[in-house]
Design a protein around this ligand. Structure first.
Ligand SMILES: Nc1nc2c(ncn2[C@@H]2O[C@H](COP(=O)(O)OP(=O)(O)OP(=O)(O)O)[C@@H](O)[C@H]2O)c(=O)[nH]1
Ligand SMILES: [Mg+2]
Length: 385
């Protein structure tokens, strides 16, 4: 999101999911509702696909589900990155220049889990996989999908599915380790927050996010610990990691025989907050608890500069003077107050920011409200560490 200094915010999110785990439906169900007539009024945001062909394909998937209960066809080994440009409501018409520039960009990387599952056919595919993996390294957050349907298929022996899922991701990352680290050594920028997501959560109406976490701890804690170790071997400051400490329930729609109700979504409105507010909050916490060294924190927070600046504004309501990303390192505790702010306080900040046409601050306050509400509703569970 563009801040007062005119810097651009680009947040990335990496979605890992095996065959049929719901990746294509998820991104279509995320994007489709923003194309509805009432979307801007209802959601306060405009979301456009930077590549119009890609946007049309997602929109078509959405319409096919909404109007004819037709699911998108399998995309299997396709790895796709979608670039979504976001404009905040009320922004249009401020100036001609602004009309051409989004307030924020969300880049959504689909990473097909099959690349972790199967042996690759040759050097060319190997190279393509590495290349694809490199594109998602800019993501602070990875969503690892646990397929709700598969979990059902293995009911009673869920550990078999879960162990194989986490084992595949771990082995896949291990095979990428040498080529990834070959030039620069341990990575600064790498998804450090691995949120485990229950996809198709509508199939598990009685499993709230706490029960989902308990199931994972009960049945796959060793595999999750191994995955964490492997990721720790890839990054600088490996104490600054949350792997399997954050959980979310996702459902792209309600699927009944002969109908798909896309108004019954769970967790999809948390994707943007998870990509933006969550890492900011976490990076600052890690920095304060000395899990992140100064240099690494500076690089990570520098990326989040604009959003961090707005976060700070939320914290202090009105900041004395203008802050740049660097100054944040010395004002980290201010932003933590955002995480601790109560509902009324955040609503107050939002109202005040809206009044002043400070849309970025208003939107971030809303994101924080969304995360807090979803936590109360048992949809998301954030790490305390
Ligand atoms: N109940 C339920 N079913 C879902 C949901 N999302 C997807 N599905 C079902 O899962 C199937 C596979 O979803 P996709 O989005 O195509 O899965 P994918 O991960 O893109 O799969 P590949 O392209 O094969 O890698 C869909 O055809 C739906 O039948 C959901 O939220 N709830
Ligand atoms: Mg697909």
């Amino acid at each position: 999101m563009a801040n007062k200094q005119g810097r651009k915010l680009e947040q990335h999110i990496a979605v890992f999911g095996e065959i049929g785990s719901g990746k294509t439906v998820l991104v279509s169900s995320f994007f489709g509702p923003y194309q509805e007539r009432e979307a801007v009024r209802k959601r306060g945001l405009r979301v456009l696909a930077r590549d119009p062909g890609q946007g049309n394909a997602l929109h078509r998937n959405y319409l096919g589900m909404r109007d004819s209960a037709h699911v998108p066809s399998a995309t299997r080994f396709d790895s796709t990155s979608y670039t979504f440009d976001i404009r905040l409501e009320g922004d249009r018409g401020n100036s001609r220049r602004r009309q051409h520039r989004p307030d924020a960009t969300l880049v959504w990387h689909d990473y097909p889990g099959e690349w972790f599952e199967s042996t690759l056919s040759g050097a060319q595919e190997e190279a393509r996989r590495l290349e694809t993996f490199r594109t998602l390294l800019g993501s602070d957050v990875a969503l690892l999908l646990v397929d709700g349907q598969k979990l059902k298929d293995y009911q009673g022996e869920e550990e078999r599915y879960l162990k194989s899922l986490f084992g595949n991701v771990k082995r896949g990352l291990l095979t990428l380790k040498d080529p990834l680290l070959e030039n620069e050594g341990p990575l600064t920028q790498f998804p450090r927050i691995w949120v485990i997501a229950l996809s198709k959560a509508d199939l598990w109406p009685d499993l709230d996010v706490y029960a989902f976490r308990d199931m994972l701890i009960d049945k796959a804690s060793d595999e999750i610990a191994d995955l964490r170790d492997v990721i720790g071997g890839l990054v600088a400051d490996k104490a600054a990691l949350s792997v399997g400490e954050d959980f979310v329930r996702l459902s792209s729609a309600r699927f009944d025989a002969g109908s798909i109700d896309l108004t019954q979504r769970v967790g999809l409105d948390l994707i943007m907050p998870m990509a933006s507010v969550l890492p900011l909050e976490r990076h600052l916490r890690w920095f304060r608890s000395k899990k992140l060294s100064h240099g690494v924190a500076k690089r990570l927070l520098d990326n989040a500069g604009p959003i961090a600046a707005a976060g700070q504004a939320i914290a202090l309501k009105v900041l004395p003077g203008k802050y740049k990303a660097l100054a944040l390192l010395f004002n980290a505790e201010l932003i933590e107050r955002v995480a601790e702010a109560g509902k009324e306080q955040l609503e107050g900040v939002k109202a005040e920011a809206t009044e002043k046409h400070d849309l970025l601050t208003a939107t971030l306050a809303q994101f924080q409200l969304d995360l807090n509400a979803a936590e109360r509703d048992g949809v998301i569970l954030r790490s305390e560490r």
